[in-house]
Design a protein around this ligand. Structure first.
Ligand code: IPE
Ligand code: IPE
Ligand code: MG
Length: 238
């Protein structure tokens, strides 16, 4: 396998609001246009041989946005999933949503579950949507899962105390998904905004000025080209 092609590319989709503002439109217009960028990146990922594509769609902190914008975003998620699922399934895409479901509307949860079940055996590309997600939430829920397990199965405690970092991976919401090789953030912001804190330990980062609705196939391919130039050392000497 060609090591210059990342197995897992993750996208922090930022800049929808500014994109809309530049055009004198409501922020929601930018989110709607942003769905097109997701579609383009999925196609480009498949064409390039990327096996996992993940997108940060809504952070736990994004619940603090005006209710009208939150409602519009949640409505857009349901609509986009319903509209895209036939094509995703036909193209061999396994669809997964990861995040804190507590505040998601029942209709959205039902749509997510049916899309995940329908595409579960697809193998061409895994598309992960991080929704109501935060890195700190993920690490905390993993710790709570371990505590609950230790309480119900005290005989497991010894193994758990001897566990390495790989063992902890299994408790994270991302269990089974390889850590991202490349994380791209659009819109010129140089921060992680509580994204994959644990999983990004050795990710390559790329920050681009392009606003998310303008990030299409060419921009995705350029990101892969930039990744191919990076030398990953994992602390060793090359
Ligand atoms: C990214 O675009 C979408 C979400 C975070 C849901 P923004 O809505 O953050 O757009 P800007 O950063 O305000 O331009
Ligand atoms: C990060 O974008 C979250 C997503 C892309 C879903 P934000 O726009 O919410 O991040 P901050 O507030 O600028 O850090
Ligand atoms: Mg933003």
């Amino acid at each position: 396998m060609n090591n210059s092609i990342p197995v897992h590319v993750s996208l922090i989709m930022d800049g929808n609001g500014r994109w809309a503002k530049e055009r004198g439109k409501d922020r929601v217009f930018g989110h709607i246009e942003g769905v097109e960028s997701v579609r383009a990146c999925v196609e480009s990922a498949i064409e390039s041989g990327v096996k996992y594509l993940s997108v940060y769609a809504f952070s736990e902190e994004n619940w603090n946005r005006p209710q009208a914008e939150v409602d519009a975003l949640m409505g857009l998620m349901v609509k986009a999933m319903a509209a895209e699922m036939d094509k995703l399934d036909r193209n061999g895409v396994r669809f997964i949503v990861i995040g804190n479901r507590e505040r998601l509307a029942p209709e959205l949860v039902a749509t997510i579950d049916s899309c995940m079940a329908r595409t579960a055996s697809n193998e061409t590309l895994t598309l992960v949507v991080f929704l109501s997600y935060s890195g700190k939430w993920d690490i905390l829920q993993a710790a709570k899962k371990m505590i609950a397990e230790a309480c119900t199965c005290p005989e497991r405690l010894n193994d758990m105390m001897n566990m390495g970092v790989g063992g902890f991976d299994a408790y994270l919401a991302t269990a089974g998904i390889p850590d991202p090789d490349l994380i791209v953030r659009t819109s010129g912001e140089n921060r992680l905004s509580n994204y994959l804190l644990w999983q990004s330990a050795y990710s390559e980062f790329l920050f681009v000025d392009t606003l998310w609705p303008d990030f299409r196939k060419n921009e995705f391919r350029e990101a892969l080209e930039e990744y191919a130039k990076r030398e990953r050392r994992y602390g060793k000497v090359k």
